[in-house]
Design a protein around this ligand. Structure first.
Ligand code: CP
Length: 313
């Protein structure tokens, strides 16, 4: 008989909740799959009628629309769900909402929620795959995958590449998991930005912005996550840009083949000069395109796992 622990472990393998659960080999498998979708996005739609639900308790442009594009490319049917017109407004709990979505026949559920680790109350009780589309300051695994895909396309690998993650590290849900995964893959990771927004444990990786721009292969800029700040900060947009932003002058001293990334949404003229968002070094819109393919790879992976290795029967 299956022990409770084994049942929990099996159930947890159903879901994609934290990027750090991936090993280097998992990343390479998913990136290969994502690249195959990039070459031919609608190559092999899933013929069986499968339903996807995207449950977004927090605003999103990129993640929500690219999950929808990924699901449609794969031939999944999307059951529309809008938190603001649902019974969430009448006080329905997260668990009851997700259990309802499972009960009506969803095959995969994508969730974004402002509560860090919201998935802990779901992961052992929900039997259809959950993909974390972002939890508070916690994690955003598909963003990590699409960013890794973008770096891999550029440099054909990660080993020895110098990635500087710059900005509001403390409140970012991408910074922590990016650091862990990039290190597993052999990249050199540094952080830059206001020291007050860099957790103590990352200070040994700190480089001032004017050094960072000279040494980075990848300048990964983050926005100020105002919605997650508990204390009011005194940083004005102009002072932040001047002291920590990727200005036109700083871009001038970047290495020849180095690139600029940003998970979005971008605040032009705050963390990055408006002109640099679409400059030749920028891969910001490439990241968004890759988001569709990375999410197709993750959706196929979880559906296969949940369906005993088959999605095309
Ligand atoms: N990068 C990202 O998660 O963007 P959205 O908040 O628009 O989904």
């Amino acid at each position: 008989m299956m022990t409770e622990q084994r049942a929990q472990d099996t159930n947890r393998q159903l879901h994609i909740l934290r990027a750090e659960d991936w090993e280097a080999a998992d990343i390479h498998t998913l990136l290969t799959k994502a690249e195959s979708y990039a070459a031919e996005p609608r190559c092999q739609p899933i013929p069986k009628r499968l339903f996807a639900v995207n449950l977004f308790y927090e605003p999103s442009t990129r993640t929500k629309i690219s999950f929808e594009a990924a699901e449609r490319n794969l031939g999944l049917e999307i059951l529309p769900f809008d938190v603001n017109t649902s019974s969430v407004c009448k006080g329905e709990s997260l668990y009851d909402t997700v259990k309802t979505i499972e009960s009506v026949g969803a095959d995969v559920i994508v969730i974004r929620h402002s509560k860090e680790r919201y998935f802990e109350e779901l992961q052992d009780r929900i039997k259809v795959p959950i993909i974390n589309g972002g939890d508070g300051c916690g994690d955003h695994p598909t963003q990590t995958l699409l960013d890794l895909m973008t770096i891999y396309q550029e440099f054909k690998g990660f080993k020895g590449r110098n990635v500087v993650i710059t900005g509001d590290i403390r409140h970012s849900r991408v910074a922590r998991s990016h650091m862990k995964l990039l290190k597993k893959l052999g990249a050199l990771v540094h952080v830059s930005g206001p020291p007050a927004w860099i957790p103590e444990e990352y200070m040994p990786m700190f480089v001032p912005i004017d050094d960072a721009v000279r040494q980075a292969d990848v300048m990964m800029m983050l926005r100020i996550q105002n919605e997650r700040h508990r204390d009011n900060h005194t940083e004005t947009k102009a002072s932040y840009y001047e002291r920590y932003g990727l200005t036109l002058e700083r871009e001038q001293v970047m290495k020849k083949n180095s690139i600029i990334m940003h998970p979005g949404p971008v605040n032009r003229g705050v963390e990055i000069a408006s002109e640099l968002v679409e400059c030749s070094r920028s891969r910001i819109f490439r990241q968004m395109t890759n988001g569709v393919f990375a999410r197709m790879a993750v959706l196929t992976h979880v559906l296969k796992n949940a369906r005993g290795g088959k999605v095309h029967e």
